[in-house]
Structure formats: C-alpha cells, structure tokens
Design a protein around this ligand. Sequence first.
Ligand code: X2X
Length: 333
Amino acid sequence: MKRLDIRKLALTAAVAAAMTAGTASAEQLRLSHNTGDSTTWHQGAERFAELVSEKTGGEHSVRVFPNAQLSGGDQMRQAEMVGRGSLDLLVTSAINVTPLVPEMAVFSLPYLYANYDQVDATTQGEPVELLEAILEDKGIMVLAWGENGFRELTNSVGPIRTPEDMQGLNVRVAGPMYVDVMNALGANPQQMQWTETMTALQQGVVDAQENPIGAVIIPQQVYEVQDYLTAWHYSYDPIFLGISKEKWDGYDADTQAAIREAAEEAMAYQVEITRESTAEGLDFLREQGMEIAELSEEEIAAFREATQPAFDEWAEQVGPEIVAAFQEAIDAS
Ligand code: X2X
C-alpha cells in the first residue's frame, strides 16, 4: 500500500511539473482578420486555433481577433504588421495585400477565372508559389489558402444587368484595383474599410458594394440593407492564412509542421463551408427578399469587355510572367 501511495504521489508531482513546464513555455499567438465573427473567415480561423492547440499539445494557442481590431480597423495594414512581426498571424484576402504587394492583384483580375476548377488549378497549384515567394520577402509566410470567393454586386437602387446600369452608381470597394474596374464601368467607386461599409450602406452614403455570397454577404447580413444582387462573378478573391516570418523562423521543424498542418486543415474546411453556403446562397437571398439578376453568357461578356482596360492596366502592374503562369494553369485545367 505504502509503495503504491508513493508511486501515486510521484506521478502526481510529475504531472504537476509537466503542467507547470507546459504553462511556462506555452505561448498565445494573435490572429487578426477583417470580417465579423459570423463569417467563414472567422470559422476557419477558429478551426485553426483549435487545431494548433491540439497538434502542439497546448504549447501554442491562437486567439482570433475579428474586424481588424488589431490594426485599428484598417484591413490593408494587417499584412504590413505581420511582415514587421508586430502581429503574429492573419487571415486576409488577396485584395487587401495589394498596397504592399501589387502582384497579389493577379487573382482578382476581372474575369480571369470562370469556375472553381480554374481557381483550384492556381491556388492549390504551382502559380501561387510565385506569390508566396514575394510575400516571404515581405516577412509573411503563407501557410494555406482559403476562399473569400467570386465577388457579386449588391445595391439598393434597382436591378443591374448591363454596364450601362452602372453609370454613376456609388459603389463601396475594398482596394485600388476595384476602383479602376468600377471607373471602367462608369460607376462612382469609393474605397472604404469593410468594418464601416454596413453603416455606409444603411445611411445611403453609398448605394452598392461587392462581396462573395457565402463568405461575407450572407453571414454579415448584407441583404438587410441591399435589395438587389447581380451574380456577375466579375472577380475572384482568395484568402490566406499567414504567419510572421520572424515568428516562423524561431520554431523547430516539429512545431512548424504542426502549425502548417493545422492551417492546411482549417483552410480546407473553410473552403468547403464557403462553397456549400455559396451553392445555396441565391435561394437563401431570394427568401430574404432580394431580387437576383443571374446573368447570361452574353450579359457577362458585356461586363468582361467593359472591364478589359482595367484588366490590362493591372496585368501590367502584376507583371506578365505571373499573369502568364496563372493563365497557363487555367487553360490546362
Ligand atoms: O472588404 C471586403 O470587401 C472584404 C471583406 O471582402 C475584403 O476583405 C476584401
């Protein structure tokens, strides 16, 4: 009996010591993203947090901060902060990184992609490595790619089916390339933070915005302030989960493997739920009272033609080699 007691005691002490050691070396990482806590971005980030704790035996944990809280609401600044090492992790979309890395605009060139197979051929294939290398030079390690999605137009004025319907429309956009695209369509674009957009739509400061259905429009209840949606699929926007290179380089190979695996699993899950929600999205939005314009091939062709000058201008900024690598992978898919 006595021996057993001692063994028990020794075991308890060992567990306590391990726990203390665990606590002492445990670190909490901060992850920033720039949408609300109802979006699939947030769900993907939370899944990543769970998986990091699980795969590192609790040695590393992640706290998720939505709405770009850690960058004072500035969605573009998050990438810069991660690059400098003043923020550990981020989930953000490609378009938000274009002020830091203009090449990131490649994904969102108007009408580059026609479907998800073409998207996957680039984001899950070799072309994306060209962007990962540039981001690494800026201090950001990409761990995995997820999905914001094909961006669709919503507005409160009336049905939009042609470029002519866009004339003078006050549209909120996220980034500089979309300013040029909207100008090419004769609209009146205004660059604005996403966190300020719902209020701006509600108060009529702007009449329109464009965002993906499953990742943002539905979970952020854009249908509450917008009556019309045009499914024009004009621009695709991926998201990625990235970590500060400084942080990353400080980890041993096992920790890096665990964190990368967690990111890959979490972003695969995020893509899955985003596509599911998008597939059922138009029906849901009709039920909420939105009037949906689903465009024919001919109607889409008119938008493609009208946005070509913005495509050409931005293809030049991205660089011909990157654009060609994307177009080759798309053609081969
Ligand atoms: O601001 C937007 O529109 C959003 C949420 O889609 C991005 O972060 C680009």
